[in-house]
Design a protein around this ligand. Sequence first.
Ligand SMILES: Nc1ncnc2c1ncn2[C@@H]1O[C@H](COP(=O)(O)OP(=O)(O)OP(=O)(O)O)[C@@H](O)[C@H]1O
Length: 567
Amino acid sequence: MACRVQYSSIHSSLRFFSSSSSSSTLFHHSSLKSHKKLRFTNSKYFTLSKQSLYCTCSSTTNSNGEDDPFVLTTPLYYVNAPPHMGSAYTTIAADAIARFQRLLGKQVIFITGTDEHGEKIASAAVANGSSPSEHCDSISQAYKALWSELDISHDKFIRTTNPNHEAIVKEFYSRVLASGDIYRADYEGLYCVNCEEYKDEKELLENNCCPMHLKPCVRRKEDNYFFALSKYQKKLEEILTDNPDFVQPSFRLNEVQGWVKSGLRDFSISRASVDWGIPVPSDAKQTIYVWFDALLGYISALLDDEKQHNLETAISSGWPASLHLIGKDILRFHAVYWPAMLMSAGVSLPKKVFGHGFLTKDGLKMGKSLGNTLEPADLVNKVGADAVRYFFLKEVEFGNDGDYSEDRFINTINAHLANTIGNLLNRTLGLLRKNCQSTVAVDSASAAEGNAFKDTVEKQIEKARQHYENLELSSACEAVLEIGNAGNVYINEKAPWSLFKQGDSGFETAAKSETRWGGLKHGQMVAEPKPIFARIELENELNNATEEVKKANKKKEKQKTPKAVEA
Ligand SMILES: Nc1ncnc2c1ncn2[C@@H]1O[C@H](COP(=O)(O)OP(=O)(O)OP(=O)(O)O)[C@@H](O)[C@H]1O
């Protein structure tokens, strides 16, 4: 395998942005000043307007203005098995969005973590011969290790077995109870253990198989606590109509509207048969249903150790979330159950839920339950984290499904990263090193005035910015790639190597890792070229990644300072 020499990572290449607008705020929050004013009568909670949802029941004092942090979340991954490329996919996308928001100057709180309670976890622990808590520690650690290998820049890692989280769940449950939305009843139905959910018979395949997990559902009867979801049908319909950006992409909004219109049924929020969970307050014989537990992780993650561990403090530390990024499999929980639960507890709704598609293998969703997964750590070891991250962002249209193909993986890395972006960086830095002692010869702000190349770059920067804002991640990568293409064409046209031979040191530099045109100043030193993107030779395929890439990965790993805190 040949290896080209570049000095920067794809992140640097993506930093061609000028600081500007922040995302719009859809749901505003007006607060009451005192707990005494809390009224747990649902009809009195909300005033819906065309633009915003005013929650009038909480004493939360989050102003939700321009200065509010950009809070984004990945799902809290279920620790029934170690992470795979599907889990990594959502996290990689969230990471790109977090980095973009930071470039805009926003304070970002990027939350990820693990969902650790429930029947599936307890069974997985038994199967591994370990206790549930040992099992959770080990799988949760595997997620953290993978995020580190993928260079994920999360700020918080929440585990739902964290005692602070448990306190938040119990407080939330008590609020919903006080609002009159929890009742006890018998329930009999078909249950998918993998979804941890009762299923509607009409959703199921032959032999009552779950369409996601392709395993038969089992008939169960239980005496459970129920959440009165049906009470929120009308409000949810109004929210979805008045705030069409709440669920994205738009075709997912249609899906959600369809579910709501077809009639919402109350759902059970406790399990009598599951010990591994948070006990229901005032009924230790039942544990809280995993979803009524895990979703609260998005709020409890906001707590920091110095503050009091209650719902109010957590909410005032950044809630509502700006964006929940999830796979389409858990859209119903995030776009129907969660908003209703929040309304019941008098807490503001998240601003946006984006349900992306699946990475598939042979047309089937890659997943832990089916076991048809792709090992992200293997890919990282072979081509480096940046290349893996770039491939999945660029080659899967965000929102739709995408099938993984090794040929496409190799071709994309070679064409986009090694041949285009990497080559441009290598040529530019190499020329500067050879001819200018790695020092910028002119001010880049004036160097390309009136130049078509500069216009192209600025146009692509703006395009990339807009695509990022709209969560069109593949198109954002495309815009960056266009800058690389234009840069190579420009260098070919200008042939600076011959200008240098003629003694002209004033050629216009194009490649830079600054956030805007003109960021490089006369006399500024640029970095030493060093290998980052390996060109994969087809005959050697993925097995023969260069030693340079492996070394570069190791070096990067060493340099990394732990940033995330466990909430
Ligand atoms: N194949 C996939 N493509 C895209 N995202 C995925 C994929 N698999 C998992 N995810 C991400 O993980 C979330 C589901 O997390 P979970 O821990 O339940 O993983 P899972 O592998 O889907 O588990 P299972 O197969 O047991 O249902 C999805 O909503 C999505 O964010």
